[in-house]
Design a protein around this ligand. Structure first.
Ligand code: SF4
Length: 172
């Protein structure tokens, strides 16, 4: 099961296009100024199967993509794999936000996380840092966060900047 803190059916702020943003329940970080404190407790939220979430996604034919946010989506990498596979098969774009820094993710060498990233288009990495907060950077809360090519980064086990111009040419 996938534990979900909340769902925005038609977001335009969690990546380009019209996206379903799924905020996962549970986070192991403690960012000052956290944008979603209710999603931090590991218990709580609502449990969905991948099939249930995919049905919600398919019920909106206008969606161009899906964003996994949180909370910390990588804590639920195993449960998210079947959903990511369906999203990929449906030819929707997939973006994942993580409070982890990419270098730390690759140092862990977790096969489920690497597989999840290989199914995604974009990885936005790094914790929210209040001192680097920005209201002008598209799709990011603070300037330390990077917009990465998820698949290529997973393949090379290092952060690779995304080249998709829809995600913003200015990456701070
Ligand atoms: S990673 Fe995100 S959800 Fe977790 S504490 Fe930081 S801002 Fe909050």
């Amino acid at each position: 099961m996938i534990r979900v803190a909340g769902i925005v059916n038609d977001s335009i702020v969690d990546g380009p296009g019209l996206r379903m943003a799924i905020f996962m329940q549970g986070c192991d970080k403690d960012c000052a100024g956290c944008h979603n404190p209710a999603a931090r407790p590991l218990a709580g939220g609502v449990a969905y199967t991948a099939a249930e979430l995919f049905e919600k996604i398919r019920s909106n034919p206008l969606l161009t993509g899906v964003t996994f946010s949180g909370g910390e989506p990588l804590l639920q990498a195993a449960a998210l794999l079947p959903l990511a596979e369906r999203i990929r098969a449906a030819d929707l774009s997939l973006a994942i936000y993580t409070g982890d820094v990419a270098e730390d993710i690759f140092a862990r060498d977790d096969a489920r996380i690497l597989r999840l990233l290989s199914l995604a288009d974009i990885l936005v990495d790094g914790p929210f840092i209040l001192a680097r907060k920005s209201l002008t950077l598209p799709f990011r809360g603070s300037a330390n966060q990077r917009i990465l090519d998820a698949k290529r980064s997973a393949e090379l086990r290092r952060p690779v900047c995304a080249t998709d111009p829809a995600w913003d040419a200015d990456r701070g």
